[in-house]
Design a protein around this ligand. Structure first.
Ligand code: NAD
Length: 290
């Protein structure tokens, strides 16, 4: 008879709600003490997905009592205007956290803008100084998606020391920081990328897989060791061949993997909501340290 055991679903929405509840109390205390945190977001017009995200962000901040200020720059904003906006926010004492909605227009260098954000207000953890801090074990302003992946892994209760972990994808903002955070937790970590040979061989020996390649369905049942923790970071828009409808899927073939993994984070409803919660947490912690 087939084994019908299903992986435990890691509920990112519930984990995010718990983080928000904790932050609501912390923000209330700060507001009462006259030290209200404020998140300032910069967006350049002509970024519809960013605008939708910014609207949601405003509602989420309001719900936890966090002041949110959106700075909308014209569609023809050049690098100097974006940098000047960041400089003004760096100098504004009432602003305790800064984030920049991507993508930026052609001609505006994302890395130069991210490097300009004051290190102590860089709540997305994208300034090279904060990414460098991850290497030295400073879990302060950690890149939000990497922090979210770790939060999901830790929520399973797995003892990380001595485990084998494979991180699929090695971008500067997701894959590499996740790999370093897992190393710091004393896991034995393999970082893989598009040139990796025998991805199945690497993954199939892993207790933890973090899939962050941006390739729909890349991780199938052949990649997963029975009982492994599988964290799906991918966010991919695909068209359903039957209905023609667009839907969002991860990098993991969740239906096929669910009967093998021990814990599995879904897409949507896994890393995504926790990433937003980590941004809010970074904002509150940056303000507390200010
Ligand atoms: P990226 O394109 O910058 O990097 C992708 C990485 O995956 C590269 O290192 C590449 O070498 C590797 N890769 C590609 N194909 C591979 C393969 N077949 N085997 C092994 N490695 C492979 O992407 P990114 O910005 O790191 O994002 C990765 C995914 O995570 C995307 O789907 C993105 O939408 C998603 N994402 C989600 C969140 C979230 O909050 N949930 C945040 C950021 C990114």
């Amino acid at each position: 008879m087939a084994d019908t055991t299903q992986a435990q679903r890691i509920d990112g929405r519930a984990l995010a709600a718990a983080v928000r509840e904790d932050l609501t109390h912390r923000i209330e205390v700060m507001v009462n003490a006259g030290r209200a945190p404020r998140l300032d977001a910069v967006i350049v017009q002509g970024n519809p997905a960013g605008e939708v995200y910014a609207q949601r962000q405003a509602r989420t901040c309001e719900a936890i009592g966090l002041t949110y200020a959106l700075h909308t720059l014209p569609a023809d904003a050049d690098q100097q205007l974006v940098i000047d906006t960041i400089d003004a926010l760096n100098a504004d004492e009432a602003c305790t956290g800064i984030m920049v909605h991507l993508p930026l227009p052609d001609g505006v260098c994302m890395q130069a803008v991210q490097a300009r954000i004051a290190v102590h207000k860089d709540v997305e953890g994208v300034n090279p100084a904060n990414i460098g801090g991850v290497i030295y074990g400073q879990r302060t302003l950690v890149p939000c998606t990497a922090a979210a992946a770790m939060h999901l892994i830790e929520s399973t209760g797995i003892e990380l020391a001595g485990t084998r972990a494979v991180v699929v994808g090695a971008s500067g903002i997701v894959g590499k920081p996740v790999a370093v955070l897992l190393m710091q937790a004393q896991a034995t970590v393999t970082s893989t990328n598009i040139h990796t040979e025998d991805l199945v061989g690497h993954c199939a020996a892993a207790d933890i897989i973090v899939a962050a390649a941006g390739v729909p369905g890349l991780i199938g049942p052949e990649h997963v060791k029975p009982g492994a923790v599988v964290i799906d970071v991918g966010i991919n828009r695909v068209t359903c061949p039957d209905s023609g409808e667009q839907r969002t899927v991860g990098d993991v073939d969740a239906d096929a993997v669910a009967s093998i993994a021990g814990h599995l984070s879904p897409v949507p409803g896994g890393v995504g909501p926790v990433t937003v919660a980590m941004l809010l947490r970074n904002t509150v912690e940056a303000a507390q340290r200010a």
